[in-house]
Design a protein around this ligand. Structure first.
Ligand code: COA
Length: 485
């Protein structure tokens, strides 16, 4: 994975941003005139959600008056700043959320800058015939309300901004309460880019202290015509029950099947590379493996050769009691296991320390053999822990993998050279993304063809979202003319 920044460079940039965050730079204070956060003045960040919506509405009016070329100029500067400030946002994200890895988060920002589609994604359709010409155009919704997660905070803000602006919308964000500084940094970046490219000073907006209450203000405001939610199950459900047009990108639990025709050494490396990307925070990352018994030992060896640490079944049970906790729903009184927030996105080494195992920095993933019912298989952990279940054949592999995915229809992976097996699993699992013989991140354009996004809309069907997902179709009919053949 190509990382263009040295640790020293990253430290220097972060030190500079941190001092600005503390308000130590008078020049920065004078330059920024939006509402502040932590002493640093972010452009487009308001105390009140109503003010943020007003600002996004003005942004929408400004963008409506712009040509596509002008929109594209703003997007070009967003890409440029995103590349330049990737290490800063990566470090802020890790410092604020305590999740993920700076080098991988830097790479994710580069991916967003390079592979998020702009205005080229907006393509009109034409139909001509005996009765003339009909044009179908992709129009903006107006002001979009975007709910963003803590796992990929600035990446999601910038990726959504590029797509939503390309489509001609204004955007108001309600970022995850645990990633406010990082998300609002990205909102400020988009606004700086707009000003630099001759666009409005506030093109996208947000609030100083986003909560579910501020999200509710957003849901109810009649000026918000489309809601886009990337997050955990609770917040996705709240958006989908808002009564408004909504795009929902929620939980997954991506299974991987490895059969006896796969290149096992490559499969072992690819699975560990994908599973450990940003410490397993991307919702597409490998979460559990179903390996043919005949190749399971070889696969485990290949994983261990690539930074995986094998723990015993009893250590796996001990670790499960640490990384999953019981929570009782106050409304229903029903208790269930949820992931321990303090373990999500942490380094494998840190997780192992919690059960008294000390390892070096070269360990990047914890692997273990479990049965299908184990909590590690059934729960989406979002941490570098990978359970491996031995299966006897493809029928059992597909049956268990489909059940482990829990009908989320999010992402699944397979390592195989048998076209029939690959096809059978892809058909059975019905996921939005299906990656064959590659690490999971190939599914979002990292070492794979196709554009990128961090908003993978399985529940509402838009799939790998891009600018066109944030448009409404409008038809214009010209009868009895303009057919020139
Ligand atoms: N704005 C306002 N509130 C938000 C929010 C947002 N953008 N995002 C989440 N919340 C709310 C939740 O609804 C929840 O409220 P509740 O306690 O009343 O139910 C609360 O904030 C905590 O959120 P949640 O994220 O569920 O819990 P957490 O911070 O403890 O968990 C994770 C962290 C990482 C486990 C969780 O965020 C998660 O599962 N994320 C998945 C992220 C994702 O990217 N999914 C889609 C990928 S395509």
């Amino acid at each position: 994975m190509a990382i263009n920044w040295t640790d020293v460079q990253i430290e220097q940039i972060v030190a500079s941003v941190m001092s600005q965050l503390k308000g130590e730079s008078p020049a920065i204070k004078d330059e920024y005139n939006g509402a502040g956060y932590n002493g640093k003045k972010y452009i487009g960040v308001f105390e009140d959600m109503k003010d943020a919506i007003d600002a996004a509405e003005s942004g929408y009016k400004a963008i409506r008056a712009m040509s596509l070329e002008e929109r594209e100029k703003i997007i070009a500067v967003i890409r440029e700043l995103c590349r330049k400030e990737a290490p800063t946002m990566a470090r802020l994200g890790v410092d604020e959320t305590k999740m993920g890895r700076v080098d991988h988060k830097t790479a994710k920002h580069m991916l967003v800058a390079d592979k998020t589609p702009g205005t080229a994604d907006i393509v009109a359709q034409v139909k001509t015939g005996d009765y003339g010409l009909t044009l179908t155009e992709m129009a903006p919704f107006g002001v979009v309300g975007s709910i963003t997660p803590s796992t990929n905070p600035s990446e999601t803000v910038i990726c959504n901004s590029i797509g939503m602006i390309a489509a001609g919308n204004g955007v108001v964000f309600n970022p995850h309460p645990n990633a406010i500084a990082t998300s609002n940094y990205a909102i400020d970046l988009v606004n700086r880019a707009s000003a630099m490219a001759g666009g409005p000073r506030v093109l996208v907006s947000s609030v100083v202290k986003p909560t579910l209450d501020s999200a509710n203000v957003m849901y109810k405001d009649p000026r918000i015509k489309l809601l886009v939610c990337t997050g955990g199950p609770g917040v996705v459900k709240s958006v989908l029950s808002s009564g408004k047009k909504a795009i929902g990108a929620g939980a997954g639990n991506p299974p991987v099947i490895v059969d006896d025709t796969a290149d096992i050494r490559k499969a072992g490396k690819d699975i560990i590379d994908g599973c450990t990307f940003d410490n397993n925070l991307p919702c597409i990352a490998e979460k559990e493996v179903f390996a043919f018994a005949s190749i399971a030992d070889e696969l485990i060896d290949a994983m261990r050769a690539n930074g995986a640490y094998l723990i015993s079944r009893s250590d796996a049970d001990t670790l499960a009691r640490v990384v999953l906790v019981e929570k009782t729903n106050p409304k229903t009184g029903i208790s269930s296991k949820i992931v321990n927030r303090d373990c999500v996105g942490r380094d494998a080494k840190v997780l192992l320390e919690k059960i008294g195992i000390s390892v070096g920095d070269e360990v990047r993933c914890i692997i273990c053999e479990t049965d299908f019912e184990h909590d590690f298989v059934q729960h989406e952990l979002m941490m570098p822990i990978l359970p491996i279940v031995r299966v006897k054949d493809i029928d059992q592999a597909i049956d268990l993998a489909v059940r482990a995915e829990h009908g989320n229809r999010h992402t699944a992976h397979m390592h195989s050279k048998n076209i029939d097996n690959l096809t059978r699993f892809a058909r059975a699992v019905e996921t939005t993304i299906f990656v064959k013989n590659a690490p999971s991140y190939a599914g979002i354009g990292f070492g794979g063809e196709g554009h990128t996004t961090f908003t993978i809309a399985g529940p509402t069907g838009e799939g790998i979202t891009s600018a066109k997902s944030f448009t409404r179709l409008r038809r214009c009919v010209l009868a009895e003319s303009f057919r020139i053949i």
